[in-house]
Design a protein around this ligand. Structure first.
Ligand code: IPM
Ligand code: MG
Length: 370
């Protein structure tokens, strides 16, 4: 919306638990700086979520938090969970009690997870330098509201004198079509290669997945589509990650492959994500969050890497606000501070030329680089 002649975006800020609040603080400082530079504004509503929601309001996703998200153009999310709440029943725990309902409530079906290993950070990856040379840049598009996570029936109990547990892997054709189009579109804006990951040698849902991908492909003649079984994809990621441009896959496979992808990038502290649902026209409603989690072991010490949170804010500028120049500037500033040698503990290798910084020091460096 316009306010005082300026594009103004409403953001629900859900910092959450662990390192969430401290990395969020840096992302908001960087947002202040890009707003000034690029001439737009945000209205921010800070809300409790996760363990903080449980402690303050008795629920991981309090009603007032959900209401603030509904009133917003985007949700900027920190991270949730920690040992304090681990004894709660699984459905009430911060991770499942907040994230899954948010995804379902807002139909956030398209989860974009970039896996970028910058050339300067090759040494931080557990893969041999010889396997990744100049780094890599993969985008995983994970379907986020279907498959086994939400499929019915679900059951855990007694049947005919035996304990039985059951999950259902179900997809509708329309659900696969819409995620396919997001992935093809993304590949079109990058190197034009899309690898669809499935288990079509075993699962019916994967046979349909593959059929749908092939059926959509002619809409995107400029994108080269390939298919790979998920077990092979897990292997290829550690054998030759440079072969991938965009990967698209169903919910559970995407959960597993994106953790693997994050690991080989060197540090979880670098990876943003966007969970999107198509809004009006070109713009998406989205939830933007770091891939890394709440890292309770290092929370409150001022040493966490804020880059994943800052890049998540940048993805918000790109996909919800359509402030492309500002989003590009955030990405470029991060690349510049990495190239200049600034390193939080997770990235440091002790190589000459590195400057060790804490959470706010990294924020300062990125703001200066803007
Ligand atoms: C993720 C997480 C979540 C998932 C958990 C916390 C429910 O692992 O975002 O990848 O499985 O989707
Ligand atoms: Mg996961």
């Amino acid at each position: 919306m316009m306010r005082g002649g300026m594009n103004t975006y409403r953001i629900a800020v859900l910092a959450g638990d662990g390192i969430g609040p401290e990395v969020m603080e840096q992302a908001l400082r960087v947002l202040d700086a890009v707003e000034k530079k690029f001439g737009f504004a945000t209205e921010r509503a800070a809300c409790h979520v996760g363990g903080a929601g449980i402690d303050h309001c008795g629920k991981a996703l309090p009603a007032e938090t959900l209401a603030a998200c509904e009133a917003a153009d985007a949700i900027l999310f920190g991270s949730v969970g920690g040992p304090k709440w681990d004894a709660l029943p699984p459905d009430e725990r911060p991770e499942r009690g907040a994230l899954l309902p948010l995804r379902k409530h807002f139909s956030l079906y398209a989860n974009l997870r970039p896996g970028i290993c910058m050339p300067e950070l090759v040494g931080a990856s557990p893969l041999k330098d010889s396997l990744i040379q100049s780094g890599f840049d993969i985008l995983c598009v994970r379907e986020l509201t279907g498959g086994m996570y939400f499929g019915e029936p679900k059951f855990y109990g007694e049947r005919n004198g035996e304990t039985v547990a059951l999950d259902t892997l179900v997809y509708k054709k329309s659900e696969v079509e819409r995620i396919a189009r997001v992935a093809f579109q993304a590949a079109r804006g990058r190197r034009g290669k899309l690898c669809s990951v499935d288990k079509a040698n075993v699962l019916s849902s994967s046979v349909m997945w593959r059929d749908v991908m092939n059926a959509i492909a002619p809409e995107f003649p400029d994108v080269q589509l390939s298919h790979m079984y998920v077990d092979n994809a897990a292997m290829q990621l550690v054998r030759n990650p440079q072969q991938f441009d965009v990967m698209v896959t169903e919910n559970t496979f995407g959960d597993i492959l994106t953790d693997e992808m994050a690991m080989i990038c060197g540090s979880l502290g670098m990876l943003p994500s966007a969970s999107l649902c198509r809004g009006n026209g070109e713009s998406f409603f989205g939830l933007y969050e770091p891939s890394g989690g709440s890292a309770p072991d290092i929370a409150g010490q001022g040493i966490a890497n804020p880059i994943a949170q800052i890049l998540s804010m940048g993805m918000m500028l790109r996909y919800t606000c359509r402030e492309t120049a500002a989003a590009d500037a955030v990405d470029a500033a991060v690349r510049r501070v990495i190239a200049a040698g600034y390193r939080t503990g997770d990235l440091a290798t002790g190589a000459p030329g590195e400057t060790r910084v804490g959470t706010s020091g990294m924020g300062d460096a990125i703001i200066a680089a803007l």
